[in-house]
Design a protein around this ligand. Structure first.
Ligand code: 6PG
Length: 466
């Protein structure tokens, strides 16, 4: 009997996707370059229809045609190596899917290369971490739609579900699926940083205990901030260190790692001239966190305001409003990046569906994505979520909280890079007449770069010295 699908790469994500597929009546062939990870998966098996192979050729031949092979290997060179090994073993019409966090440009290059071998290629963004892979991730497939239709039944049945909806929807051609996953991760960086800053306000400005803060996050998770990241933050704050008995958060080193997707989101935004300051701020906050030795030294010589003489004048609800507004601004930037890039590449990204599939399975799943999806359903061409009537009305009220939180941060010397950038993005975006006229005048002054006028069409130059 032939296997219905194959998976290459048996790290935790690959193994859990294999288990998920097997639980949905697929017969899964698995292969890993080294035997250790295969053995680890085999030891976990309890009669599931998962069949390991030691030789790539045997693995390929065990799969029914047209073959569906999902790569769950580390992004970058390993994906190219696996593809090169597969090409001589595959037949015309077989389908390779890359389920890792590949750069969308790499996906487009591989798509073109495989096309010349008559092999189909799909770049598939998968979000949800280890638990999501096992129980139902959000899946963002990109490539030729007719190829996607052939694998859709397998992907849809392992994806998360929200009500009757599957969190797997065709995203668009070529690298569109990996692009959407990349920006998802950029939003994830911003969301995580905003939550960390709200935690800092509660802890360092309002001087609440960790248990009190955990309780606040649990309460927030019952309202409009309800989301996976808020939920896990409450769990994290409740966790005690087994060695010292202290809250575990207090013994974790303050240096954030990253694997590159937030950086790519930022680079793409900069490259295409898309304002993405909150996502970029979150990335730079991670970079600054890694300068631990420098920060520890700087703390001994650089002076800030005396926090003890400052009156916080802050309410917990101000922090909640600030966090909500920061999140709206960050998602607005991410969705604006989808909107602008979709136009640039002619991808026709299904923005309302992207918001819908983000509701379940993925790391940024959140209650308010329902609202974002409703907004985009009504106004698919909306350039920015901030101007949707629902959010404009909400931010009219919540800006008070965000302004108070940011002012407190400034007055007490507590760094809040993403909350303050969110406010500045909001204020800049709602400024109809900005100071860019002065920059244009300066450019024309020193470089004759010309400027436009408010009252006439054309390019103008002034001899400023006369
Ligand atoms: C997901 C996550 C995942 C990502 C990790 C780590 O959607 O499941 O985004 O794809 O790899 O969150 O990312 P960083 O190491 O860059 O923080």
């Amino acid at each position: 009997m032939l296997n219905t699908i194959g998976i290459i790469g048996l790290g935790v994500m690959g193994s859990n996707i294999a288990l998920n597929l097997a639980s949905k009546q697929e017969r899964v062939a698995v292969y890993n370059y080294t035997r250790d990870l295969t053995d680890r998966l085999v030891q976990q098996l309890n009669g599931e229809a998962i069949y390991p192979y030691d030789e790539l050729q045997d693995f390929v031949q065990s799969i029914q045609k047209p073959r569906k092979i999902l790569l769950m290997v580390t992004a970058g060179q390993p994906v190219d190596s696996v593809i090169d090994s597969l090409i001589p073993l595959l037949d015309k019409g077989d389908i390779i899917m890359d389920g890792g966090n590949s750069h969308y440009k790499d996906t487009e290059r591989r798509y073109e290369k495989l096309k010349t071998n008559a092999i189909s290629y799909l770049g598939i963004g998968i979000s949800g971490g280890e638990a999501g892979a096992l129980k139902g991730p959000a899946i963002m497939p990109g490539g030729d739609q007719e190829v996607y239709e052939k694998v859709a039944p397998s992907l849809k049945k392992i994806a998360a579900r929200v009500g009757d909806d599957s969190c797997c929807v065709y995203i668009g051609p070529k690298g569109a699926g990996h692009f959407v996953k990349m920006v998802h991760n950029g939003i994830e960086y911003a969301d995580m940083q905003l939550i960390a800053e709200a935690y800092t306000c509660l802890r360092e400005t309002l001087h609440l205990s960790i248990d009190e803060i955990a309780h606040i996050f649990e309460t927030w998770n019952e309202g409009e901030l309800k989301s996976y990241l808020i939920e896990i933050t409450a769990h994290i704050l409740r966790k005690k260190d087994e060695r010292t008995g202290q809250p575990l958060i207090d013994v974790i080193l303050d240096q954030t790692g990253q694997k590159g997707t937030g950086k790519w989101t930022t680079i793409q935004a900069i490259h295409h001239g898309i304002p993405s300051s909150i996502i970029t701020g979150a990335l730079f906050a991670r970079y600054l966190s890694s300068l631990k030795t420098e920060r520890v030294f700087a703390e001994t010589i650089l002076v800030g305001p005396n926090r003890k003489v400052q009156q916080p004048n802050l309410l917990i609800d101000d922090v909640r409003q600030a966090l909500y507004m920061g999140k709206v601004c960050a998602y607005a930037q991410g969705f604006a990046q989808y909107h602008m890039t979709s136009k640039l590449y002619g991808w026709d990204l299904p923005l309302k569906d992207i918001a819908l599939i983000f509701r379940g399975g993925c790391i940024i799943r959140a209650e308010f994505l329902n609202t974002i999806s409703d907004v985009l359903q009504d106004q698919p061409e909306l350039p920015n979520l901030l101007i949707a009537p629902y959010f404009a009305e909400k931010l009219k009220e919540y800006q008070t909280g965000l302004r108070k939180v940011v002012c407190n941060g400034i007055n007490t010397g507590v760094s809040l890079p993403c909350l303050s950038t969110s406010l500045s993005y909001y204020d800049s975006y709602r400024t109809g007449r900005s100071n860019a006229n002065l920059l244009q005048a300066q450019r024309d002054y020193f470089g004759s770069h010309t400027y436009g006028r408010t009252d006439m069409e054309g390019h103008f130059h002034t001899n400023w010295q006369q």
